[in-house]
Design a protein around this ligand. Structure first.
Ligand SMILES: NC(=O)c1ccc[n+]([C@@H]2O[C@H](COP(=O)([O-])OP(=O)(O)OC[C@H]3O[C@@H](n4cnc5c(N)ncnc54)[C@H](OP(=O)(O)O)[C@@H]3O)[C@@H](O)[C@H]2O)c1
Length: 131
């Protein structure tokens, strides 16, 4: 999972790093070089992969939403403030990225409950939760 997360976040550069490290370790351990090779063709996510990122109208959360959307996952951007959340969604839309939005204050149980109801109606499953 750590490798998957790194790959998703760092893309091509991670794969280059992984290949170099993997080659070095395999050589030093006497393992066949090609017995398990991750290539850039390796993709475990698709548009059916659903990610929720909370507190995502700015900062790390926003950057993650953007990256997930660029990679083609279905992403739910949540923010505790409706206006700030919608502005964040709008800034992605002008870059050609589509994400779902729902207001969510992670410290408010009723907000969490409302969000879960909405999410269950809209999606079959949850694959990634970034909080
Ligand atoms: N930046 C770093 O280098 C770094 C490194 C390690 C760890 N971290 C940790 O990673 C987290 C995010 O960092 P960041 O730099 O992305 O922070 P940030 O730019 O301040 O963004 C924080 C986000 O969380 C949202 N938020 C705060 N309380 C919330 C609540 N109750 N419900 C929903 N959303 C809420 C904020 O929304 P509002 O806009 O409404 O306030 C904002 O969108 C922090 O916990 C930080 O300590 C950051």
């Amino acid at each position: 999972m750590v490798y998957q997360f790194c790959a998703l976040t760092y893309g091509e550069n991670f794969f280059k790093f992984w290949k170099r490290e993997s080659h070095m370790w395999r050589t030093s351990l006497g393992l066949p070089i090609n017995s398990c090779c991750i290539t850039t063709a390796f993709r475990w996510w698709s548009k059916d992969t659903v990610a929720i990122v909370t507190g995502a109208n700015k900062g790390i959360g926003f950057a993650l939403v953007k990256r997930f959307a660029e990679l083609g996952l279905s992403v739910v951007l949540t923010a505790r403030d409706n206006t700030r959340g919608l502005e964040a969604v709008q800034s992605l839309m002008v870059q050609g990225l589509h994400v779902h939005f729902f207001r969510l204050d992670v410290t408010d149980p009723s907000s969490i409950k409302t969000f879960i109801s909405w999410f269950r109606e809209k999606f079959q499953a949850l694959d990634i939760l970034m909080r």
